[in-house]
Design a protein around this ligand. Structure first.
Ligand SMILES: NC(=O)c1ccc[n+]([C@@H]2O[C@H](COP(=O)([O-])OP(=O)(O)OC[C@H]3O[C@@H](n4cnc5c(N)ncnc54)[C@H](OP(=O)(O)O)[C@@H]3O)[C@@H](O)[C@H]2O)c1
Length: 284
């Protein structure tokens, strides 16, 4: 197939481009420097001539705390920008696969969120991602898949495991929040699932996140345990570590759409692959 990938220099974008090429697809990688998705005319021009079968939108404002002070900027990219991509893709006859987030939920549920659950973002970032979902559905009502995922980590960008490994090398002790629970998702696994979805093209929203669940504290413990570093990881509460943006306390994602949606390996497997990939890079 012929793909266009926006946000191609981002953490997910990089892995998706590599996975698409490795699987024998043609992948036109468009980093922000080559295509700003908030520029409607530029997006139209880029996709009009692309001959794409599927356009993956991996471009986003992902600074969750920064979105609290820059809500309009976040909305212009995550909301209107996503709409620009879907509209131009539909006009070019292509299917849109747009990446969204667990942060569209308020996190008050205590069992996995499925696609039909009520949304209710509790942060500016979450509201901007929800607006993007609405924009995409309105712009290409017959030709889109919205993929909600969560807690992404990968070799191509700053992420939680990278931060924990850096801090664990510097300190004897780390406090990590234990009252936010979710599904860590390895971008290598998500990329494979996105390619699978490009073939299946389920219409509407799908949930695709790493198998299993954990708190950030449990995730950090697993990261440090696998690293050989001698740092004690201690649990703390969100209230003890205030951040500008509210995070959902519980954002475990599962799909209710059965065989239409690929299931990802457990997050422990994702962490093992992340560790192998990043070690291979650092020893080169
Ligand atoms: N990271 C997570 O934990 C997480 C969880 C759930 C869902 N998601 C979603 O997954 C997707 C990929 O996220 P990621 O983790 O790969 O984030 P990322 O590493 O920040 O990648 C996003 C990319 O989008 C680019 N970008 C920003 N504004 C743009 C614009 N106006 N036009 C074109 N490109 C633009 C960024 O470029 P610059 O860096 O140059 O600004 C960056 O390369 C996003 O939709 C995100 O909302 C992420």
């Amino acid at each position: 197939m012929h793909f266009v990938i926006t946000g191609a220099a981002g953490m997910l974008g990089q892995d998706l481009v590599a996975a698409a090429k490795a699987a024998g697809h043609e992948a036109a990688a468009l980093p922000r420097a080559d295509l700003d998705i908030s520029d409607r005319a530029a997006v139209h021009d880029a996709l009009d001539s692309s001959r794409a079968d599927v356009v993956f939108n991996c471009a986003a404002w992902t600074n969750v705390d920064g979105a609290e002070t820059s809500p309009d900027e976040a909305l212009a990219i995550n909301g209107a920008g996503a709409g620009n991509v879907a509209r131009a893709a539909a006009a070019a006859g292509a299917w849109t696969i747009h990446v969204s987030s667990d942060y569209v939920f308020d996190g008050t549920k205590r069992e996995p969120y499925v696609e039909s659950d009520m949304v209710g973002p509790v942060s500016s970032y979450g509201r901007s991602k929800l607006e993007g979902e609405h924009e995409v559905a309105a712009a290409a009502p017959e030709r889109y898949t919205i993929v909600r995922s969560s807690w992404l980590f990968g070799a191509g960008g700053p992420c939680f495991p990278a931060t924990i490994l850096r801090l664990a090398a510097e300190r004897d002790e780390l406090n990590v929040v234990d009252d936010q629970v979710g599904c860590p998702t390895f971008t290598g696994h998500l990329s494979s699932a996105l390619l699978d979805l490009a073939a299946r093209r389920p219409l509407g929203i799908v949930h695709v996140a790493g198998g299993g669940l954990c708190s950030w504290y449990e995730f950090a413990r697993a990261i440090v345990a696998g690293s050989g570093l001698r740092c004690e990881v201690k649990p703390c509460t969100t209230a003890e570590m205030p951040r500008p943006a509210t995070r959902p306390a519980y954002s475990v994602l599962r799909s209710e759409r059965g065989d239409e949606v690929p299931a990802l390996p457990d997050w422990h497997d994702g962490l093992a692959e992340y560790t192998a990939v990043t070690r291979a890079v650092s020893t080169r």
